[in-house]
Design a protein around this ligand. Structure first.
Ligand SMILES: [Zn+2]
Length: 458
């Protein structure tokens, strides 16, 4: 079989280690890897010039179509993701109107008409009826990943319903029986957050740190401990999204020693920013909040020692109003900078091995959400979702579109993607930064089992 593309002279890195050599792609998948002499003949060759070639980033955590139009987000934000070396995104989707199966079909079709890269869904448990839909969702959408929110008070600005414990527990009971079942939880004690927010607002403070201090780290730690207990009791894998607490990774590691299947995700902003940074104001409101240097350093420990399992961006474009922190919508955008931030701060500054970064960014989220080894691995047969990284390229973060809040504008970072391939097709090339992306080529990866089996054999 001939290859469509061979990348030669490459430092090939994935979660399992690294080797120097070549990688061949045919029909969107990896055809061969390793010895350059053993590569099949190819129509096209790229000389990587010794640069790193890694699996594309699988970002398991984002929200699109929340404030801006969904179709527009699926174009602009997936194009930004491709620039950042991201080749698959998973959306935490939620709907209050009607059941999830028709919602899935509609969102999938619109996504496949707009997206530059592959994408998939987790569904939010937003009302009790959603629990009864789980069997239907599994059968007709293939989605086996559900999310429960906490920490959002009734009437919040983005319309999220927090789950009482009974919803989380019932979702876990159901998901525990599924082969790829997992429940993600936003861990913050909702009742305490409501009480402490009222107390803080009564002081008249409106600054970013007031918001942080109104949701102290123990409200998160307490909820993580409770969710680990639920996971233990139900046997359901637990995915703790956007962890800010340094104790989170430690608690999860201790639980895993007892056989509890719990994964800790954290986000680039909790590793690079604090609520006490001079240049940040109320627009840096995120849920859960930016913390302080002590929590930040503790999270890095978990990043380096293996206790943190995955990275997610929690990318969400919001229009901010520039008012007091209590009225800002929570969230920031990071698709285009997550990988450069990690190359700069994790690899260059803290000595993280590239294979560990690849595990955090690609293999681990792919495994957690049932997409491995189709995604997240440099293996024969895996999708040719690849990012070529120039470890020494220095470039400043730019956010000309201004869509959503960027916390890093002007930061000079070392280590940038220079070429991104999605299923063997170039979706970003740093030498042609203004090239129009090909919208509508992305495919949904959370699909019904029958379709999944069919796709695997093609
Ligand atoms: Zn989120």
């Amino acid at each position: 079989m001939n290859a469509d593309l061979v990348i030669t002279n490459a430092r090939l890195v994935d979660h399992s280690g690294e080797q120097f050599g070549a990688i061949a792609v045919a029909d969107g998948r990896i055809l061969a890897i390793g010895d350059p002499e053993a590569m099949p003949p190819s129509d096209r060759t790229i000389d990587a010039g010794g640069k790193v070639v890694m699996p594309g980033v699988l970002d398991p955590h984002c929200h699109l179509g929340v404030d801006y139009d969904y179709d527009e987000d699926m174009r602009t934000e997936t194009a930004a993701a491709a620039r950042g070396g991201v080749t698959t995104i998973l959306l935490f989707a939620r709907s209050m109107n009607g059941p999830y199966v028709p919602f899935y079909r509609e969102r999938r079709a619109r996504g496949e008409a707009a997206s530059v890269i592959d994408f998939g869904f987790h569904f939010g448990i937003q009302r009790e009826e959603h629990l009864d839909e789980i069997d239907d969702i599994v059968e007709h959408t293939g989605v086996q990943s559900f999310k429960c929110h906490m920490g959002y008070e009734p009437g919040n600005s983005i319309g999220i319903n927090s789950s009482p414990d009974s919803w989380v527990f019932a979702a876990m009971q159901k998901a525990a029986k599924l082969p790829r079942g997992v429940v993600s939880v936003h861990c913050e004690n909702t009742d305490l957050v409501g009480l402490l927010k009222k107390q803080m607002m009564a002081t008249g403070r409106e600054d970013l740190a007031a918001y942080t201090e109104s949701r102290p780290v123990y409200v998160e730690e307490e909820a993580i401990a409770r969710m680990i207990r639920f996971s233990d009791a139900t046997g359901c894998p637990l995915y703790v999204v956007h962890t800010t607490a340094a104790n989170g990774p430690r608690m999860a590691a201790e639980a895993r020693m007892r056989g509890v299947d719990v994964t800790i995700e954290t986000c680039p902003h909790y590793l690079t920013r604090t609520a006490y940074d001079d240049d940040l104001g109320p627009t840096a409101r995120i849920s859960p909040p930016l913390r302080d240097q002590e929590q930040l350093e503790g999270l890095w420990e978990g990043m380096l020692n293996g206790q943190v399992g995955t990275l997610g961006t929690d990318h969400v474009p919001f229009r901010k109003n520039g008012g007091p922190v209590w009225t800002e919508k929570p969230g920031v955008v990071s698709f285009a900078w997550e990988l450069p931030l990690m190359l700069h701060f994790a690899v260059h500054e803290r000595g993280m091995p590239l294979s560990r970064l690849s595990a955090l960014n690609s293999a681990n989220p792919a495994k957690r959400f049932g997409l491995f080894p189709q995604k997240g691995s440099l293996s024969v047969g895996s999708d040719a979702d690849l990012v070529v990284v120039d470890l020494d390229r220095e470039q400043a973060v730019e956010h000309p579109s201004g869509k959503g809040t960027c916390l890093y504008e002007g930061w000079k970072l070392r280590g940038w993607p220079v070429l991104t391939l999605s299923r063997g097709e170039v979706v970003f090339d740093a030498e042609r930064p203004d090239a129009e992306p090909e919208y509508g080529r992305g495919r949904c990866v959370t699909i019904p089992d029958a379709e999944r089996a069919e796709r695997a054999t093609v």
